[in-house]
Design a protein around this ligand. Structure first.
Ligand code: GLC
Length: 725
């Protein structure tokens, strides 16, 4: 049946009207059943089996995922012909012709895979984050995806939690700015353009605090930490225009986020003025029963809609009970209208009514990574690599003699893509083995890669060994939590044997989380942290080890001294008896261990050295509406080009609640040739010191503050400034 009423009979199709007018015209025509249908999101829609439900307007959206923990399993990929078939039932077979909204987790790439988000955070490069999101959107829309569930903005301080891999680290400012860049990349300048994806900030809020680093576990957190830390990156992306927000699985001090009226409706929607869609996480509405706050699915649906949750992902609670809840008077029609208005606003803003179908594969169709997407992936991977130690062995000479490449990731492809990769393919990955063979030919020694005795015996005949160790992609991501931070079993033992042979040893570590790398740093001549670098893993690592590019990443999460030191972050608040600085390790807080982290937030080396001039302040005082400039000249005092990421930290010295000893407020990327200098200039305003006080009132204190500028959170020059009254 082709329902092609002319725009005259469907005035909401008139593109000369505003989106708001079009929403209103359409909403006025909808029955309660059709409104409820829009609030229901299914998974993996079947165009034939679901045809009747679609034509009755019973589904508003469908996501393609392999299951409840989609990020870990592969599925059959996005079936764009199935999408078109299902869409025809909606657009041409239903009474009002409202298009379906198709979603997929395009987290760090689609067919071309960029470094995992935690690695992208290690680049500190907003333009790069935007470019990768844009390229991912260009690929995903060709497969019919209109909505992605990214960026993930959970403040991540516990490396045991597998989902830190998807996060943008522990700093609300770094995560907020990179997240805003990703939103702009996904949604484009014009969200209705054919290459735009709707973005989704997740998981609102506090998911990174799951007890014990155990996924889905409960969260106990105070208002100060919630407001002054975890909510901030979400506010940044709401201000950047993100079209949707996803509720977190967890509870906040006993109130599950899927029923959290204060945070969803009063803070996110009312206080922040968010006009987009609040979508539940997979089955999250139904899980209110498992969390013991809802008697049944009907009760869960009622609590969720009252809390301001607009779309139910896959629990079926809204589809089954919302109509009756309205008819019984338990749920006001206004609440459902608000939800549906938001959903229609998103669909209209994405241009779905004008362009509901996936264009037949055209020249834009991207069957595989292109030279351009590979180049971007290689640049992103290179920018995410963090050089953790180097006694001068790196960069390797173009002719390194006999180089042995060993370890369990030699010719790996899929393992290096990282978690949450649904459409990237292992066979697209340029592996480390391939990249080194291309560079060294027969000069390269390669063992069986199983870290076996064979490989160890080969070390004796090599001039330098490069060992590839760390985590497989399946060790991080959703429901992939680890109780220690050690390298996977056995790897450290083999590294010890190799190091014991007294030959030069370079270790490359793949990981989806901070690990306890202390022992590795002691054994190796150099350690390069590669995270999970994506499609161009091999070339990026080879480029860095041979010095074609200098490693330029900086840690977006603290690497603690051990799992026993958790929780720890770069924004510790002052205690009544402060923890002595790293310079005074004897008097730390543990009898059995030093306290300070092995690798602090913001840390990373390069192949050169940098010198900082004394800080320059335009003034040491700023009026409440004033600005001062803090600047520093940085000189490359070495013999190779390099990038310095100059970081600015602030501290409010006297505040109504305890505030961080240091909190990242800004940073600058300086790419410097040998001998060159550049000035990093930071405008500092009182607003950067703003926070919520004991009464949850936002305030900026007059009085003293400290500014620190340096290469990481543990090192820098400190100056005192003051906000005048
Ligand atoms: C998962 C994740 C969420 C993802 C969603 C859809 O359970 O928690 O991040 O976007 O389901 O796959």
């Amino acid at each position: 049946m082709t329902n092609t009423n002319a725009p005259g009979e469907r005035p909401w199709l008139k593109t000369d009207l505003s989106v708001e007018d079009r929403v209103g015209l359409l909403l006025d025509q909808m029955t309660l059943a059709e409104k409820v249908g829009q609030t229901h999101q299914s998974a993996n829609i079947d165009p034939e089996a679901d045809a009747d439900l679609i034509e009755r307007g019973g589904i508003g959206s469908s996501l393609y995922a392999s299951g409840a923990t989609g990020g870990n399993e592969r599925d059959g990929g996005v079936l764009s012909d199935a999408i078109n078939a299902a869409q025809r039932h909606a657009v041409e077979g239903s009474r009002l012709g409202i298009p379906l909204l198709f979603a997929r987790d395009v987290i760090h790439g689609h067919r071309t895979v960029y470094p995992i988000p935690l690695a992208m955070a290690a680049t500190w490069d907003e333009e790069l984050a935007l470019a990768c999101a844009r390229m991912a959107a260009n690929e995903a829309v060709v497969d019919g995806v209109a909505w992605t569930f990214a960026p993930m903005l959970d403040i991540s301080e516990d490396p045991r939690w597998g989902r830190v891999a998807e996060s943008l680290g522990e700093s609300p400012v770094l995560a907020g700015r990179l997240g805003a860049a990703m939103v702009k990349g996904f949604q484009g300048e014009d969200p209705s353009a054919a290459t735009s994806l709707g973005a989704c900030a997740k998981h609102f809020v506090g998911y990174g605090l799951a007890a014990g680093g155990r996924d889905y576990d409960t969260v106990s957190v105070g208002q100060n930490t919630l407001r002054n830390l975890h909510l901030r990156p979400f506010k940044s992306v709401v201000d950047a225009g993100v079209m949707s927000v996803m509720a977190a699985f967890i509870d906040i001090d006993g109130v599950p986020m899927h029923a959290h009226r204060h945070l969803l409706r009063e803070v996110l929607k009312d206080e922040w003025g968010f006009k987009g869609v609040v979508v539940g996480d997979w089955g999250g509405v139904g899980q209110l029963v498992d969390q013991g706050v809802a008697t049944d699915l009907r009760d869960a649906a009622s609590q969720a809609i009252h809390a301001g949750l607009d779309m139910d992902m896959c629990s079926g609670a809204y589809a089954a009970h919302l109509e009756e809840l309205v008819q019984s008077g338990e749920v006001g029609m206004g609440m459902v209208d608000d939800a549906v208005r938001r959903i229609l606003r998103m669909k209209l803003s994405l241009g779905l009514f004008e362009r509901p179908y996936v264009e037949a594969p055209t020249a834009a169709f991207i069957p595989a990574p292109t030279p351009a997407s590979r180049e971007l992936a290689r640049d992103a991977a290179a920018s995410s690599l963090v050089l953790l130690s180097n006694n001068g062995i790196l960069p390797l000479a173009a002719d390194p003699g006999r180089l042995l490449l060993t370890g369990p990731f030699l010719d790996e492809g899929d393992a290096l893509l990282g978690t949450w990769v649904l459409d990237g393919r292992g066979e697209d990955v340029a592996s480390p083995g391939a990249a080194f063979r291309a560079r060294l030919g027969d000069q390269l020694m390669v063992d069986d890669g199983r870290f076996s005795d064979v490989g160890i015996s080969m070390v004796r005949h090599a001039d330098v060994t490069v060992a590839l160790v760390g985590e497989h992609r399946s060790r991080s991501g959703e429901d992939r939590c680890i109780s220690t931070l050690d390298l996977p079993a056995g790897q450290l033992d083999v590294l010890r044997e190799i190091a014991g042979l007294g030959k030069p040893l370079v270790v490359v570590v793949f990981s989806g989380r901070p690990l306890d790398l202390g022992p590795v740093l002691e054994l190796a001549d150099a350690v390069l942290l590669a995270w999970h670098p994506g499609t161009e893993s091999g070339p990026a690592i080879a480029d860095a080890l041979f010095g074609d590019v200098a490693p330029r990443g900086r840690l977006p999460m603290t690497f603690p001294r051990s799992v026993g030191h958790l929780p720890w972050s770069s924004h510790q608040r002052p205690a009544g008896r402060p923890i002595p600085a790293a310079s005074d390790p004897v008097h730390g807080r543990y009898l059995d261990a030093l306290t300070q982290p092995v690798l602090p937030f913001g840390f990373g080396l390069s192949y050169t050295t940098f010198e900082y001039s004394p800080l320059t302040l335009s003034s040491t005082e700023m009026a409440p509406d004033g600005t001062i400039e803090v600047s520093v000249m940085v000189t490359n005092t070495g013999s190779r080009a390099g990038r310095e990421i100059v970081q600015l930290y602030l501290r409010d010295l006297v505040s109504d609640v305890t505030r961080p000893l240091q909190e990242l407020a800004d940073w600058a990327l300086l790419d410097l040739e040998p001998g060159a200098s550049a000035v990093a200039r930071f405008p500092v305003t009182p607003a950067q010191l703003g926070y919520y006080d004991r009464t949850m009132t936002y305030r900026i204190d007059p009085g003293d503050a400290e500014v620190m500028v340096g290469p990481d959170v543990s090192h820098g020059q400190v100056a005192r400034i003051a906000v005048t009254t």
